[in-house]
Ligand binder design. Sequence first.
Ligand code: ARG
Length: 257
Amino acid sequence: MKKFIKFLCVIMAVAMTVSLASCGGSDEDTITMATNANFPPYEYKEGDNFKGIDVEIATEIAKKLGKKLEIADVEFGSIIGGVQSGKYDMGMAGMTVTDERKKSVNFSTTYATGIQSVIVKSGSKVKSVDDIAKMVKDGGKIGVQQDTTGDIYASDTPDNGGYGEDNVVRYKNGADAVQALVTDKVGCVIIDNEPAKSFVKANKGLEILNTEFTVEDYAIAIAKDNNDLLKDINKALDELKKDGTIDKIVAKYIPSK
Ligand code: ARG
């Protein structure tokens, strides 16, 4: 009997090790970053390679932690849940810190700021944020990337500063929202300023309105029960800020800064 119990224990130990090893978030040697890589200059793909500010900062963090960086390119709206469940170690996607998201995950210290801005077609009747309400009244739609802060603001009720869900068309990524603007399916796109600049540069006949919607902080999402990683990431970020690495990475992608 004793032998049998011992045997059972061994089997259980093996099974546990195997299941731990196969679970992305718990692998000791790698750190998995969930992102949505259609958000230049923070994250985008060139062929099979991931590029951008977040990708490079994450690479430096992984180096400091002595881990290999693995990137999972997923829908923006599934990043928080995946981090919360332990599927990914961190979420890094030009992600804005919001009180609502803080209920589900912890955020690192911030490493960048973003501004929600409005893209229109050149010559559009929408010349300022105030004109959006008029556009919507005339049947025009607002394009956003699903589940982003741009979506949340635009979809909010008018008494809360939004335009109501019915007037918002939600796309899987920012590039799709911008294509919808190019083909007149929507009358404007609300999105973070740096991606807005990249998209406007890549498409003729678009411009960014001169008004800022809101200023936001970008940070890395980490599971609430993963305080060790939160501490390690904050320490790494602090060092990378102090030694100028982050500034250097940002300047490479946003030369004016
Ligand atoms: N800053 C916005 C937010 O947190 C948009 C981020 C979208 N990021 C991305 N990689 N697609 O909601």
